[in-house]
Design a protein around this ligand. Structure first.
Ligand code: ME8
Length: 520
C-alpha cells in the first residue's frame, strides 16, 4: 500500500550570518513534525535550505572582500553542520544558487511574463535591505521599516512588476474559504486586514546590483530575492522537472515560518502560485519569536545565542526538548539559561531519567533483569494502562494540530503518574514477600511497558534518547523501524526480555542559577 505523502518546509535562511537559537527553534519544530509524520506512516518530504541572493548578501561579501558565492559557501556549510548536530532529518537542502533552482526561477518568471502578469515600469520608493522588502511612503513608521524599525533607503530604478492587485479578490476569497490556510488565527486576521487594505503590484526585479538570478529576457535585471526564494518550495518538489514527485508532494502540507514572514508566504507566494495555475499550500503556520531574557536578540546587544555551543554543552536532545516544551507554538517565548537548566533537571533528569533508572534497577534487583509475565492485577494497574492509552490518543490529536507543547505535556503527565505508581505500589515491599511475586511482576511489567511507550512518543522530539531507552529496556528490534501504532497498543513488550544495566540518560546539571557560563 502506498503511503500518504506529507510535505513540510522551514524558511530558507539567509546565509548573511551564522544561525542562532531562533533559527534552530523553527527547524526543530519542523523536524519534530516531520519525524512524527514518518512515525505515523507518512511518506514525508522535509525541506530546509538557504536563501543566498540579494543585496544584503552582496553587501556582506563586499564588506569582507570576498565574492558573494565564497561568502555564502562558508556560512551554508555552518548551517549544514548545525542541522547535523541538532539531528535534523531533512530530506533535501536547497540552495538558491543551485542550477536546478536558477533554471526554475527563470522558467517561472518567463511564464508569468509571457501571460502578461509581469510588466516593465519605473519603481520609485523605499527599500529595507535587511528585510529585502519594498515599502511605500505611507507604510513607513517614523520614516523607518515597519517590520524591523531599521532605516530604509530610496530606490529609483527601472523594474519589472508583478500584477498582484489583479489577484486580490481571488486571494481574499481563498483565505476566507479556507480557515486553516493561515495559522494561528491571529496571523490570519492580520493578513485579511492587510489584503483588505489593498494589494499593490509588486516590484520583482532589481538593476542596481547583480547578485541574483538574471531575468531571462532582460539580463540587466536580477529577480527580486523574495520571488526567487519563495519559489524554492516548488523547485525542491520537482515542479516542471519531476512530474511524479511534484504530483506526489505538492501542495505542501505546511510552510512553517516565523511570524514576520507570514505576509510573504500567505500573500506573495499564493499569488505567484495562482498565476502559475498551481494549487496553494495547505497551511502557512507563523510561529512566534524567541527572545533572550526578555530582549530581542541582536548582535549590537551581544545577546545572540549560538545553538552549537549549547548543543556541545547540554546535548542536542536537551536543547530540542527545551525549545519545544518551553514555548507554545504560535506565541513568543523566552530563552534563558536558568530555564533551560531547570527543565533539564526537573523534566529530563528527575521525571524521565528517574523513572527509567528506578524501573530498570528494580527489575535488575528483584527479577535478575528479566521482565516476567504480569501476575495479579489491581485497579491501579488498570488506571495506568488506561492513561497510557488516552495519552497516545491525545498525543496524536495534538500532533495533528501541530500542538507539540500540549503533546509533550501529555507524555510528561504519564511519566509523572508512573513515578507516583511506583510509590503507591511499593515494589520494594512486594519483593520482600514471596506470596506477592505475581503482583511484583505486574508492577515491574507495567513500568517497563510505560517506558516502551514513552520511548516511542518522545522520539520525534528527542531522537537520540529513544533508542537509548529502547536498548536499556533490552528490546532487540531496531528502533528506527518502530511505528506510532506500537505506542497505542498495550502489552507489546515481550515477556522474558532482559533489560540492560540502568545508565543515566540525563545527568543533573549542577550549576548555581546565578552563574553565567558562556553560551554566547
Ligand atoms: O527571512 N525566534 O530568512 P532569515 C524565532 N530568507 N525564530 C526566529 C528568530 C527568533 N528570534 N529569528 C529568526 C528569511 N527566526 C528569508 C526566508 S523563505 C522563502 C525566505 C526564524 O534568515 C523564523 O522562522 O531572516 C524566521 O521566519 C526565520 O528564522 C527568518 O530567517
Amino acid at each position: 500500500m502506498s503511503k500518504n505523502p506529507f510535505y513540510i518546509t522551514t524558511p530558507i535562511y539567509y546565509p548573511s550570518d551564522r544561525l542562532h537559537i531562533g533559527h534552530a527553534y523553527c527547524t526543530t519544530i519542523a523536524d519534530s513534525i516531520a519525524r512524527y509524520k514518518r512515525l505515523a506512516g507518512f511518506d514525508v518530504f522535509f525541506l530546509t535550505g538557504s536563501d543566498e541572493h540579494g543585496q544584503k548578501i552582496q553587501r556582506k561579501a563586499e564588506e569582507t572582500n570576498t565574492t558573494p558565492l565564497a561568502y555564502v559557501d562558508k556560512i551554508v556549510a555552518s548551517f549544514q553542520q548545525l542541522w547535523e548536530k541538532l539531528d535534523i532529518s531533512n530530506d533535501d537542502f536547497i540552495r538558491t544558487t543551485e542550477k536546478r533552482h536558477h533554471e526554475l526561477v527563470q522558467a517561472v518568471f518567463q511564464k508569468i511574463y509571457d501571460q502578461g502578469d509581469i510588466y516593465k515600469a519605473e519603481y520609485e520608493g523605499w527599500y529595507c535591505t535587511p528585510c529585502e522588502t519594498f515599502w511605500m511612503e505611507r507604510q513607513l513608521t517614523d520614516g523607518k521599516c515597519p517590520d524591523c524599525g531599521r532605516p530604509v533607503e530610496i530606490v529609483k530604478e527601472e523594474s519589472y512588476f508583478f500584477r498582484m492587485a489583479k489577484y486580490q479578490d481571488r486571494l481574499l476569497k481563498y483565505i476566507e474559504e479556507n480557515p486553516d490556510f493561515i495559522q494561528p488565527t491571529s496571523r490570519r486576521n492580520e493578513m485579511l486586514n492587510f489584503i483588505k487594505g489593498g494589494l499593490e503590484d509588486l516590484c520583482v526585479s532589481r538593476t542596481t546590483f547583480d547578485w541574483g538570478i538574471p531575468v531571462p529576457f532582460d539580463t540587466k535585471h536580477v529577480v527580486y530575492v523574495w520571488f526567487d526564494a519563495l519559489t524554492n518550495y516548488i523547485t525542491a518538489a520537482g515542479y516542471l522537472n519531476d512530474k511524479e514527485k511534484f504530483a506526489k508532494y505538492w501542495p505542501a502540507d505546511i510552510h512553517l515560518v516565523g511570524k514576520e514572514i507570514v505576509r510573504f508566504h500567505s500573500i506573495i507566494w499564493p499569488v505567484i502560485l495562482m498565476a502559475l495555475g498551481i494549487e496553494l499550500p495547505k497551511k502557512v503556520y507563523g510561529h512566534g519569536w524567541l527572545v533572550v531574557e526578555g530582549d530581542k536578540m541582536s548582535k549590537s546587544k551581544g545577546n545572540v545565542i549560538d545553538p552549537l555551543a549549547l548543543i556541545d554543552e547540554f546535548g542536542a536532545d536537551a536543547i530540542r526538548y527545551f525549545l519545544l516544551r518551553e514555548i507554545t507554538l504560535g506565541l513568543d517565548g523566552n530563552f534563558s539559561r536558568d530555564a533551560l537548566i531547570n527543565r533539564i533537571n526537573a523534566d529530563l533528569a528527575n521525571d524521565l531519567g528517574n523513572l527509567l533508572h528506578r524501573s530498570l534497577s528494580m527489575i535488575g534487583r528483584f527479577n535478575g533483569g528479566v521482565i516476567e509475565a504480569p501476575g495479579e492485577s489491581e485497579a491501579i494497574d488498570q488506571e495506568l494502562i488506561e492513561l497510557a492509552g488516552t495519552t497516545a490518543v491525545r498525543y496524536e490529536q495534538y500532533m495533528e494540530q501541530q500542538d507539540i507543547n500540549a503533546a509533550l505535556k501529555e507524555v510528561w503527565a504519564l511519566i509523572g503518574r508512573t513515578n507516583k505508581y511506583i510509590d503507591e505500589t511499593g515494589p520494594w515491599a512486594l519483593a520482600k514477600d514471596p506470596a506477592k511475586k505475581g503482583r511484583l511482576n505486574t508492577v515491574l511489567y507495567n513500568l517497563a511497558e510505560v517506558l516502551r511507550i514513552v520511548a516511542i512518543l518522545i522520539s520525534p522530539f528527542m531522537p537520540q534518547t529513544s533508542p537509548k531507552i529502547w536498548r536499556q529496556l533490552g528490546l532487540k528490534t531496531d528502533f528506527a523501524g518502530v511505528q506510532f501504532n506500537e505506542a497505542q497498543a498495550w502489552g507489546r513488550l515481550p515477556v522474558g526480555t532482559v533489560v540492560a544495566k540502568a545508565e543515566p540518560i540525563f545527568p543533573r546539571i549542577e550549576e548555581q542559577p546565578d552563574s553565567q557560563a558562556e553560551t554566547q
